[in-house]
Design a protein around this ligand. Structure first.
Ligand code: SF4
Ligand code: SF4
Length: 279
């Protein structure tokens, strides 16, 4: 079973839920797909054993063969390849999507591809949790290719996977939830929480994903989230009250499932409820 833990915005406790769920339901694979700001391992403390560079093919132009026909720049839907007639042809790394199209259309066979590093993928273990994390290089415009690569390395033996998704409702989130059997949306009972939950729900419903809620700091706001969940047939699988012990341990980088058998039990119970959703 693949469970994507997502939220419409940052700061809802998404990573705390993802890490605690993984610890409670181990053996499991935990993937930190929040590649612009991965922080699941601050709570998990996996020992990283391998770090690989992640790269994409990038066009390289042999100016000895190029006749400045402009077929490459005409083809590129992203305007990522520039032809300066009589001078130079080059691709812009920040815009290029590595689709390979310019190479295919070049009549002079002047375009080859070389790898361009976009970030790193790290692997590690903590107890029965196998951990994988992507880290996007600063300045890279798109997180989606690196998130896609994370799934290339998932061990074929991994039956259960928890994905800590990037916050928001854009392409990287879509990439992180599209393989999920169940999407767990972590929210909080505030007007901002409700607003962002609505946006996240549009994505999960568009992708036709089974979706459930975890409400964090459930006792500090209004009951608007519960009313919204009820009217949208969204099961609320867990409510986490504001808890000083959770906050204190979080500030030390310790997840609830790590410091408390009681919370580990609750997250195992959450896993069982998620399993129940797929029958
Ligand atoms: S398509 Fe090939 S030959 Fe034409 S401008 Fe581009 S690189 Fe040069
Ligand atoms: S690889 Fe694709 S996106 Fe990149 S420059 Fe060529 S056509 Fe444009």
């Amino acid at each position: 079973m693949i469970v994507s833990v997502a939220s419409g915005k940052g700061g809802t406790g998404k990573t705390t839920v993802a890490v605690s769920l993984a610890i409670a339901a181990a053996p499991i694979t935990l993937i930190d797909a929040d590649v612009e700001e991965p922080n699941a391992n601050i709570l998990l403390h996996a020992e990283k054993s391998t770090i690989r560079k992640a790269s994409l093919p990038f066009p390289e132009i042999d100016m000895k063969k190029c006749d400045f026909c402009e077929k490459c720049s005409d083809f590129c839907a992203y305007n990522a390849i520039v032809v300066l007639k009589g001078l130079k042809v080059f691709a812009v790394p920040e815009i290029c999507k590595s689709c390979g199209g310019c190479k295919l259309v070049c009549p002079q066979n002047a375009i080859s591809e070389k790898p361009r590093d976009i970030g790193y993928i790290s692997f590690g273990e903590k107890g029965d949790v196998s951990f994988e994390e992507g880290l996007l290089n600063i300045g890279e415009s798109s997180a989606t290719p690196l998130i896609r690569m994370l799934f290339d390395f998932v061990d074929g033996e991994s039956k259960n996977i928890v994905i800590d998704c990037p916050p928001g409702a854009a392409h990287p989130t879509v990439e992180s939830i599209k393989r999920a059997d169940v999407v767990l949306l972590v929210t909080e009972p505030t007007p901002f929480g409700l607003h962002d939950l609505k946006e996240a729900l549009v994505i999960t419903r568009t992708l036709n994903k089974r979706t459930a809620l975890v409400i964090n700091r459930a006792d500090i706001g209004t009951d608007e989230i519960l009313k919204f969940a009820d009217s949208n047939k969204l099961p609320v699988l867990m409510e986490i009250p504001y808890d000083e012990e959770i906050a204190r341990n979080y500030s030390k980088g310790i997840s609830p499932a790590e410091f408390s058998p009681r919370w580990r039990e609750k997250f195992l119970n959450l896993w069982t409820k998620i399993e129940g959703m797929i029958g």
